[in-house]
Design a binder for this molecule. Structure first.
Ligand SMILES: [Zn+2]
Length: 299
């Protein structure tokens, strides 16, 4: 099994930390470093993986302790679980208000859905600063803009990190590449709006939440937009044939991994469009059906 992350230098101050594409909880992260401080963008799902990420940050930047900041793009465990290590080192952790609430209520391990015992210590980090509006973080000769999404997209409190000097955009899970996106905690319509907003932020490099780095000419955002639009279109009717639509999605997006998410995305988007509540157990069961039990994580 090859699970080695890649570190990409994107401009002089920014690094992307890319994990392999595909597989639950295998997200990307990165960091932006100035002469004074380093801003780490997201952490990883397990204690061990996050420790490895932070080793790479320290080695590359020479920064530790109170010279570290973390911006958590959203509350999902793959992105947020390692924030406690930055807090313990003496760094400060920043997130939106919704993310702060959800993180405090965690860790969210979904033991009914995932069979895994390798999390390590993923005690929720205290969020030191809530990012309620666009905020520029000065790092010493370079700055990063933390931009919250004010509506429900991938979650109800997404945040992107834009580094204008290096032309880099960390989108968190607003962008998945080569992996079926997960709408369970968000809403397809708001997500499309967020994608349209992303395209207005000037960048040469896009670091997705999952999947390979994207450069200029990437079709990733358009591809994702097409998928979300399809979800809205096919679930607009009162009683869609969910099984047939699931099969259709698996065929049309056959190159994307985690095909089990189509079932959930269809149920959630249908509920959103009909003023109904999609309950998590129903969505989880729909997703587990092809596995006949919990999903075994290999991280
Ligand atoms: Zn997520």
């Amino acid at each position: 099994m090859s699970h080695s992350p890649l570190v990409h230098a994107l401009g002089s101050a920014t690094r992307a930390y890319e994990q392999p594409t595909g597989g639950w909880f295998l997200n990307n992260a990165g960091w932006v470093t100035g002469s004074e401080r380093t801003l780490v963008v997201d952490t990883l799902a397990t204690e061990a993986r996050s420790a490895r990420l932070l080793d790479a940050v320290r080695e590359d930047t020479g920064h530790d302790g109170d010279r570290l900041l973390a911006a958590i793009t959203h509350w999902h465990g793959d992105h947020a679980h390692g924030a406690n290590q930055i807090a313990r080192a003496g760094g400060r952790v920043l997130a939106t208000g919704h993310s702060a609430e959800m993180i405090a209520a965690g860790p969210h391990l979904y033991e009914m859905v995932f069979a895994f015992d390798g999390w390590g210590d993923v005690t929720p980090a205290k969020i030191d600063e809530v990012v309620a509006e666009p905020t520029t973080v000065e790092l010493g000769g370079v700055s990063a803009d933390l931009l919250p999404v004010p509506w429900v997209a991938h979650t109800a409190g997404d945040l992107v990190v834009h580094v204008p000097a290096d032309g880099v955009l960390f989108t968190g899970d607003l962008v998945f590449v080569g992996v079926v996106p997960l709408v369970m905690a968000g809403a397809a319509a708001g997500w499309i709006q967020a994608l349209d907003w992303l395209t207005t932020l000037e960048h040469r490099h896009l670091v997705p939440g999952h999947g390979p780095m994207q450069g200029t000419g990437s079709t990733a955002v358009a591809d994702l937009r097409a998928y979300l639009s399809w979800l809205l279109e096919v679930t607009a009717v009162d009683s869609p044939d969910f099984a047939a639509l699931d099969a259709q999605a698996r065929e049309r997006w056959s190159t994307w991994s985690e095909g089990e998410r189509h079932a959930v995305n269809l149920i959630k988007t249908h509920a959103d469009q009909h003023g109904a509540e999609a309950d998590v157990p129903t969505m989880a069961m729909a997703m587990l059906k092809p596995f006949g039990g919990p999903i075994k994580l290999d991280i």
